[in-house]
Design a protein around this ligand. Structure first.
Ligand code: ATP
Ligand code: MG
Length: 257
């Protein structure tokens, strides 16, 4: 039996700025509705790789395909949540979330913006401006803005790194429920994180990249069944071994280049 066409496929991807390679020979295949977590040392090219998947930067070598077609430029089918929230300070919370739809000339016929305001606990802040919100709330606006366009692919670059531990757990829980709730749109995701536990909690699969130039040094399926919650996943018997495996891959490949 042949496998279905991957939602996103990276074939021997290499990216360089000038002469210095940033990532090299990255091959990955992700099926629809999977959530892949990427971890790796600072500067190994994680953000660069996500930007390439979003069609924002050219490849030096290889191909990236969405449903079997090469990605050459940004498409509304792929949404990215940036490491720093990237909200428009002059727009209200509601206008920030509506932004992607308006750029595409779409109207919010399903009332999705209101639903996201509710789900993200932002309903009462719809008319506020970003500077009036805490860091965690701003990040929730960023996530809601990406989800409003109901993308087929969601690329998340350290989406919870700037918030405190309790807010992070809450947002992780929200992301899990959005994933479980997204049966209708079946979003596929790639999430970059420095937090090993976050990768184990959220990922169907985890990829570890080596020091720059980033290469895949570990790629495996997380053997902890869903549903997982921030409160219980560490109690699964497979957890210590999974964590050690990622930690060792990171530390064995962390020599300076
Ligand atoms: N537009 C650019 N022009 C030149 N060099 C760049 C550019 N963007 C990134 N780089 C370089 O590419 C390398 C990888 O950067 P990238 O931001 O992808 O790393 P990262 O893995 O996301 O790091 P971090 O974990 O700190 O966010 C770095 O050395 C960076 O200086
Ligand atoms: Mg980065």
């Amino acid at each position: 039996m042949s496998l279905p066409t991957p939602k996103i496929l990276l074939e021997h991807v290499a990216i360089a700025f000038g002469k210095r390679p940033v990532v090299q020979d990255i091959s990955l295949a992700l099926q629809e509705h999977d959530l892949l977590c990427i971890v790796g040392p600072s500067g190994c090219g994680k953000t660069t790789l996500l930007r390439a998947m979003a069609g924002l930067i050219p490849l030096r070598h290889g191909r990236i395909l969405l449903d079997g077609a090469v990605i050459t430029r940004p498409t509304p089918r792929i949404a990215m949540i940036f490491q720093h929230f990237g909200l428009f300070p002059w727009k209200t919370v509601r206008a920030n979330i509506e932004y992607g739809l308006s750029v595409q000339g779409r109207r919010d016929e399903e009332g999705i913006v209101t639903r996201l305001l509710e789900v993200m606990g932002l309903f009462e802040y719809a008319q506020c401006y970003p500077y009036e919100l805490s860091g965690g709330m701003q990040q929730r606006v960023g996530i809601a803005r990406a989800l409003a366009v109901q993308p087929e692919m969601l690329l998340l670059d350290e989406p919870f790194s700037a918030v405190d531990a309790i807010t992070r757990e809450m947002l992780q829980g929200e992301l899990i429920s959005l994933w479980e709730d997204s049966q209708r749109h079946r979003t596929t995701g790639v999430l970059v994180t420095h937090d090993l536990d976050e990768a184990i909690l959220l990922g169907d699969r985890i990829v570890v990249l080596s020091n720059r130039p980033g290469r895949v040094c570990l790629d495996f399926k997380v053997p902890i069944p869903r549903p997982r919650t921030p409160g219980d996943f560490r109690f699964h018997p497979a957890y210590p071994q999974v964590r050690r495996q990622i930690w060792e891959a990171l530390h064995n490949n962390h020599a300076p280049d």
